[in-house]
Design a protein. Structure first.
Length: 299
């Protein structure tokens, strides 16, 4: 097995660690096993085998991008977007923004309302339609490698919970480097695989989301990966407090799925540990938080 990021060969140096196996059922109720493998050289975790596009398509079917979220989710998302835009403003206050994998375009809309000139890329037909028809945004329904624009076009390029979905993240970062301005910034936010929540819930962690997520990063591996691809790290931050409150409980509920009565009783007894986990996540330590956000510039 060869690491898809740094090309280390398992057969030669044994640099690939098998962490655990995740069992996934598709829309036909057919199960498939995916190994979580971690390269000791670049520290990035990835799926083995890598899911093929035809298989992945069923996990992005109609309904993945909802026209409207629940009141609670929408309220929390709106609050998170406001905090994120405020942080971005402190680093680059204006300019032209490209959001890759913009989904329904809600975050892009917040950037537009903050005074940025915006456009987005969304490969999903449903997501791009919602972004165009409801959010009234300029959206290209395509993949990054199909997107046509001039070099040095954007002041800000965003990968907001998208890099982990990309089957070829190294090539994507190289493409982004061509279209971002020399003084522009790349913003990447991903789930933190080294978070205390990930370690606690293991294969039941909500943000594992196999097979839609194919690569998994921590602070060290994401910084190293960006440096390798010609980016200098400007700032590292973590998720907002509203995310901290909800995500442990969502992961906790996933543990109940398919369990018998006695196992459910055991899981209920674990609830005090969830409260302790929530307290630890509030501490200002990067590896206790569920998400990592990195601001970087091309060099």
């Amino acid at each position: 097995m060869i690491c898809p990021i740094c090309n280390n060969k398992e057969e030669i140096d044994g640099n690939i660690a098998k962490l655990y196996t995740v069992v996934v059922s598709d829309n036909k109720n057919e199960s498939k096993n995916f190994e979580m493998r971690q390269c000791s050289e670049c520290d990035i975790v990835y799926l083995n085998p890598m899911p093929k596009n035809e298989y992945l398509a069923s996990f992005y079917e109609k309904g993945y991008h909802r026209v409207k979220e629940s009141f609670l989710n929408e309220t929390i998302s709106r609050f998170n977007r406001k905090l994120a835009v405020s942080e971005i403003k402190k680093i680059k206050s204006d300019g032209k923004v490209l959001d890759i994998g913009c989904g329904r375009g809600m975050f892009l809309k917040s950037m537009q309302e903050a005074g940025y000139e915006v456009c987005g890329i969304e490969p999903s037909g449903d997501g791009s339609k919602i972004a165009r028809d409801i959010a009234k945004l300029k959206i290209s329904n395509c993949r990054l490698d199909e997107f046509e624009c001039c070099d040095n076009s954007f002041d800000i390029v965003m990968l907001w919970h998208v890099l982990e979905h990309m089957s070829s993240p190294a090539e994507s970062l190289e493409q982004i480097k061509k279209i971002i301005k020399p003084d522009g910034i790349l913003i990447v936010e991903v789930p933190n695989f080294s978070s205390i929540e990930s370690r606690f819930f293991n294969r039941y962690w909500q943000h594992l989301d196999v097979p839609r997520h194919m690569f998994f990063y921590n602070k060290k591996s994401l910084e190293k990966f960006l440096n390798l691809k010609g980016y200098e790290i400007i700032k590292v931050s973590t998720e907002t407090y509203s995310c901290m409150i909800l995500t442990p409980f969502k992961s906790y509920m996933l543990m109940f799925k398919g369990k018998n009565f006695l196992k459910k009783i055991f899981l209920i007894c674990l609830f005090p540990a969830i409260l302790i986990l929530l307290f630890l996540k509030i501490l200002p330590i990067v590896n206790f938080r569920s998400f990592i956000r990195i601001y970087a510039k091309p060099i």
